[in-house]
Every structure is written in structure tokens, then in C-alpha cells.
Design a protein around this ligand. Structure first.
Ligand code: PLP
Length: 390
């Protein structure tokens, strides 16, 4: 049996009849950049995320970059973030001219730990008193929100902006002490990605930047089009960060199915946990299923399982065995960012963030999508059990 890590063709077959006529309508209109479909998508995602403003942009990477630009973060500034994330999180900080300052993660969730972030802030301020730490940029990794109350308190104590990298967590809930909040509505500003493999994925690149601050929202809108308020009048320098109408058309169709898909993903996640436990893999410590820390909080979207990531004993050999047995897996992420060559100038080294470094050696993402069949999941679990029992 072959079980890919993701099966976008199955999703497309189910949506073909809904999507194709709308794509043809857009082709006939010859209106391809921004426009009414993008505006409608912005409004729908504002509602979903609980924000006043949403600005459709060209990718998740550009959503983070434009958020940093909109907050006036640049040369001479620094931003606290996690070393255990996709490259874009810290890559954009550097591209803005600011400096990433890393702190270690929580071993249960793989998300940036607020207490470690505060320690890193204190150490950095002592070492580099001339550099202003302007923001903290937690990532809602794998579809589960970071511990945002901790970051809100940290930001309040130190006068920081909070940028949520929600590129993997569209629609995820966070049970804050003040009530349940949605990803992108908790910090100062949040970023989404519509890369095809995301829970809400387009037919190419796309992203969105969302905020409850209307002044920041207007600035983000200007920065999206080269900083121009009116055509050919530029008061500041932005970029071409526009979202295509064709992407908005696809995303609007998919958005109608998102709640159902998230529910199915949670069912798949529960199935894995039940089957791993029944097979004795958890008890033996061979497989550690993901910890859904907000499961009993009452928040419906406590984890959106963008990725279903376990810790696995002898991870690399297991991955090779699964590949030979037709099971697709992936490692998100094999090298923490503080050990990437392009960040060598930041002066970090091996051993600086042991929790992130250990995670990079242990994690394995398994097949996860709404269309995953029970028998396919049984096969994945049976093959994993076969590997450990050899
Ligand atoms: C955590 C995280 N941040 C940022 C990005 C960048 O998004 P994009 O690929 O749409 O530029 C991604 C997705 O790829 C991501 O997973």
C-alpha cells in the first residue's frame, strides 16, 4: 500500500466542480490582481480569525516581512523568536534589517517558551545594549497556538510588539485567560500562509496579514503596493506583495470546507493516538504522540493538526523503513535555525538550544489529511509497529 504524507489530488477531485467554473469566470474577466475576490477573501478571513483588518499578500513569507515593515522594525532592531521553525520566520527578520534573537522551545509543544524568551531578552540586552528589541515573534507550530498569554505579558513588561506566525495555524484557537481567541487576533499582528500544502492552501503562493489595529492595517495595505497611498504617490517604500485573484477564488471555495476538514484532521489525530497506544508503541516509549495542550480547554479548534508530528525512537531508520514500505513522512525541521550557515554571524553554536536540537533529531511528520482512510492509517501504524518489533 502507498500512503503519501499529503494527498492534494484527492481534495482537488472533491472540489473540482466547485472550483473550475469560478476559475474560468476569473479568466474571462481578465481581472487578475487584487480586486473583489481578494477583498471578499480578506473579509471572510477577518471574520474567521476575529480581526478588524486583513490584507491579502503574495505569500506567508511576505506576510511576516510586511508585518515587520509595518511595525517600523529594521536596522538597529532585534526580534525574539524560535529556532525551531520554517526558515521564513527568521529569514524575514534578517531581510527587514533587524536581527533574530533565538530562545529555546517547550519540549511538549515545540513552540517558543515565553520564560526562555524573557531570559534570552535579558541576556541580549546586556550583551548588545545598543540594539533595540522591538518584538517577539512566536510561531504556532504544526497548528497549535504558542502560549500567547505568556507572550502578551512579556510584551507588556518590555514594550514589545507581538507578531504571530500563524502560517501553519489558520483558524486555531487559543484559550487565553480572557477567553478563547483565534490565531492572528491575539498579538499585534498575525501572518497566514496559503502555500498549497497548508490546511487552507491555494494553487500557488499566497498569504495574509491580519491585525486589530486599524492604523497598522492601513499601513500594511499601502506597503503591499510599494507604499503608495494614491497611485504614483509614495510616502514610504513598500513592495509588490499583492495577492492574485485566482488564488482568492480557489481559497474562497476551500474556506467553505475548512471547518469540516479541521474536524476530520482531529479525528485522524485521535485515531493515531488510539492505535499507537493499542499497539504498545507509546508504552514502550518508541512513539510519543503530539501533546494537544489545550484539548480540555473547551476551545473547539484546540489544535488544527497542520502536521501530525510524533517523536520517534531511532527516527532516521524508521523514516527509511517507512519509505521502503510506501509511507510518506517528513522531518520538520532537521536543522534548527541557529545552526544554519547563513546565521553563523549571529554567533550561536551547538548546545545553545538543547530542546530545539533534540527535537530536530526526534520529530517525524506522518500522513495527515482529511481524506486519509482508516485502513491507510492502520497500515501506517502497523508498519511502524513492525519496524520496532523487528
Ligand atoms: C511557520 C512558517 N512560517 C512561514 C512560512 C512561510 O510561508 P510561505 O511558504 O507561504 O511563504 C511557512 C510556510 O511555508 C511556515 O510554515
Amino acid at each position: 500500500m502507498n500512503v503519501p504524507i499529503l494527498n492534494l489530488k484527492a481534495q482537488y477531485q472533491a472540489l473540482k466542480a466547485e472550483i473550475e467554473p469560478r476559475l474560468l469566470e476569473t479568466a474571462a474577466s481578465q481581472m487578475f490582481v487584487l480586486g473583489s475576490e481578494v477583498e471578499a477573501l480578506e473579509s471572510e478571513l477577518s471574520t474567521l480569525s476575529g480581526t478588524a483588518c486583513a490584507v491579502g499578500v503574495s505569500s506567508g513569507t511576505d506576510a511576516i516581512l510586511v508585518a515587520l515593515m509595518g511595525l517600523g522594525i529594521g536596522p538597529g532592531d532585534a526580534v525574539l523568536t524560535t529556532p525551531f521553525t520554517f526558515f521564513a520566520t527568521a529569514g524575514t527578520i534578517s531581510r527587514s534589517g533587524a536581527r533574530p534573537v533565538f530562545a529555546d522551545i517547550d519540549p511538549a509543544t515545540f513552540n517558543l517558551d515565553p520564560a526562555r524568551a524573557e531570559e534570552a531578552l535579558a541576556a541580549f540586552r546586556k550583551k548588545e545594549p545598543g540594539v533595540r528589541v522591538k518584538a517577539v515573534l512566536p510561531v504556532h507550530l504544526y497548528g497549535q497556538c504558542a502560549e500567547m498569554d505568556g507572550f502578551t505579558a512579556l510584551a507588556g513588561r518590555h514594550g514589545l510588539a507581538v507578531i504571530e506566525d500563524a502560517c501553519q495555524a489558520v483558524g486555531a484557537d487559543y484559550p487565553s485567560a480572557a477567553g478563547v481567541r483565534r490565531a492572528c487576533s491575539i498579538g499585534t499582528v498575525g501572518a497566514l500562509s496559503f502555500y498549497p500544502t497548508k490546511n487552507l492552501g491555494g494553487f500557488g503562493d499566497g498569504g495574509m496579514v491580519l491585525t486589530n489595529d486599524p492604523g497598522l492595517g492601513s499601513r500594511l495595505r499601502r506597503l503591499r503596493v510599494h507604499g503608495g497611498k494614491d497611485q504614483y504617490i509614495h510616502e514610504e517604500i513598500g513592495g509588490n506583495f499583492r495577492l492574485d485573484a485566482l488564488q482568492a477564488v480557489v481559497l474562497r471555495v476551500k474556506l467553505r470546507h475548512l471547518a469540516d476538514w479541521q474536524k476530520k484532521r482531529r479525528t485522524v489525530a485521535e485515531g493515531y493516538e488510539r492505535k499507537f497506544t493499542a499497539a504498545g508503541l507509546v508504552e514502550k516509549g518508541w512513539i510519543v504522540p503530539p501533546t494537544a495542550v489545550y484539548r480540555d480547554s473547551g476551545a473547539a479548534e484546540f489544535h488544527t493538526y497542520h502536521q501530525y508530528v510524533v517523536r520517534a525512537a531511532d527516527r532516521d531508520k524508521l523514516q527509511a523503513f517507512l519509505r521502503e514500505n510506501g509511507v510518506g513522512t517528513a522531518v520538520f525541521y532537521p536543522i534548527p535555525l541557529h545552526l544554519q550557515k547563513c546565521f553563523a554571524h549571529l554567533g550561536y553554536g551547538e548546545g545553545d538550544f538543547p530542546v530545539a536540537e533534540k527535537a530536530a533529531k526526534d520529530v517525524l511528520a506522518l500522513p495527515m489529511y482529511a481524506e486519509l482512510k482508516d485502513e491507510e492509517q492502520d497500515y501506517v501504524v502497523e508498519r511502524i509497529a513492525a519496524f520496532y518489533r523487528r
